[in-house]
Write a protein that binds this ligand. Structure first.
Ligand SMILES: *Cc1c(COP(=O)(O)O)cnc(C)c1O
Length: 432
């Protein structure tokens, strides 16, 4: 029986009146898969439930933060406890120290942390800090990497922008991006060239494993070679681990490639569903930040006590569960399900994955950068997406977003997933 979306449709109509496109973040509008967006009523564990009461195995997980699944008992308890003490103080509280300690212990190249309220804020603050520390203005970013929506980083910026096919954004002055240089992911030559052409490069920012053009892994020694090159030229490396932090190990994805970043940006998982971002670095760099140094950066709600409690409880439970081996096995299993279903139905699919991040590209080309990601058949993805919805699977409504695994996934979820993916691949085959 076809699912009914009557209530979501009604809410969408109502939402259009006083919200922009009825959403507060563009990918939620389902533009790239067509049709109306779902409205969500609640979620628990690995399951998310829409306004009409339809249940889905959740592979979106709020785009990463809900790594333990929704409303984990221990996290909920910590949040409720914190709520009783007050919501915001405008002064420091002990939990900020605790969360900072957990982060610094997990990221060996860092000594100090500054908390902010989002990944976007973490990254643009880190860029300011890098420029101040290096005494230079230019930065290099990679095509297809997304680092939040601040002006200077809103060029060649992956998923949201990729599927809308706009190169940047209106309203960003040319001057704001004139110091942002663009290199190709997995192409060390493109970095070398920029360094040869420009003398005043402060930093390179990268997603160590890219997750905003679909999942794209760094090749062989790409990160390592780049780090050597940067050291030779006195250029800082900023690892944007907003998505990857605590996702594939208790710490940063960059550790897998044996590279030490100068500054790390975090978000998503470290708030466990609450708005938390952070940037962290060694003392020498962090001491540039106000009140210790001349780089100004502030926030009324930064280090919010409820958000800190959620972050601490999430990371503590994550450390205890240590689900990373299981993530690897589950991602492997999911890949197998997808590849088998694709083969059975004669559909070209390439699956990229890293730890608990995975996604299938509807292409036959190996996906190693933004350009190869773009060879995907987004129309096929749209058909695939909607059949998965019918079958009770919630995946990101874009070919260029990673799916996420949580530690709450069950055997039953896997059975449902297997059935759904087979039905959806069949639907794609029938559409041809
Ligand atoms: C999500 C994300 C951001 C932006 O974080 P927000 O909390 O959405 O502002 C920045 N960088 C990366 C790599 C991300 O995945």
């Amino acid at each position: 029986m076809e699912k009914s979306f009557k209530k979501s449709e009604k809410l969408y109509e109502a939402g259009l009146v006083h919200l922009v496109g009825a959403v507060n973040s563009p990918v939620r509008a389902f533009k790239s898969v067509g049709g109306n967006p779902l409205f969500i009523k609640k979620a628990k564990g690995s399951t998310i439930i829409d306004a009409d009461g339809n249940r889905y195995v959740d592979y979106v997980l709020s785009y990463g933060p809900m790594i333990l699944g929704h409303r984990h008992k221990k996290v909920q308890k910590a949040i409720l406890k914190a709520l009783k003490n007050g919501y915001s103080f405008g002064a420091s509280s002990e939990d900020e120290i605790k969360l900072a300690k957990i982060i610094v212990d997990a990221f060996p190249s860092t000594d100090k942390v500054r908390f902010v309220n989002s990944g976007t804020e973490a990254v643009f603050s880190a860029i300011r800090l890098a420029r101040a520390f290096a005494g230079k203005d230019k930065i290099i970013k990679f095509s297809g990497c997304y680092h939040g929506h601040s002006d200077s980083l809103l060029v060649a910026a992956g998923s949201g922008l990729a599927t809308l096919s706009i190169p940047g954004s209106k309203g960003v002055p040319a001057d704001a991006v004139k110091d942002t240089l663009i290199a190709e992911y997995n192409n060390i030559e493109s970095v070398k060239q920029l360094i040869a052409q420009h003398k005043d490069i402060a930093a390179v920012i990268i997603e160590p494993v890219a997750g905003n053009m679909g999942v794209v892994l760094p090749k062989d020694n790409f990160l390592k070679e780049m780090k050597v090159l940067l050291e030779e030229n006195n250029i800082l490396l900023i690892a944007d681990e907003v998505m990857t932090g605590f996702r594939s190990k208790f710490g940063g994805a960059i550790d897998f490639f044996d590279v030490k970043p100068d500054i790390v940006c975090l978000g998503k998982v470290i708030g466990g569903g609450f708005p938390v971002g952070a940037y962290a670095a060694r003392n020498e760099i962090m001491e540039m930040v106000s009140p210790l140094g001349p780089v100004y950066q502030a926030g009324t709600l930064s280090g919010n006590p409820i958000a800190m409690a959620s972050g601490i409880a999430t990371l503590k439970e994550l450390k205890k569960q240590n689900p990373y081996k299981q993530f690897e096995l589950n991602a492997q299993r999911l890949e197998q399900i997808i590849m088998d279903a694709a083969k059975e139905n004669g559909i070209d699919v390439v699956v990229n994955r890293f730890g608990s991040m995975i996604n299938p590209f509807f292409t036959k080309k190996e996906v190693t950068d933004f350009k190869s990601a773009q060879t995907s058949d987004t129309e096929a993805f749209g058909i695939f997406f909607w059949e998965l919805i019918q079958q009770g699977l919630f995946i990101p409504p874009s070919q260029f977003e990673s799916w996420f695994l949580s530690s709450a996934i069950t055997e039953e979820d896997f059975e449902k997933t297997n059935k759904a993916i087979n039905a959806a691949m069949k639907k794609v085959a029938l559409s041809r």
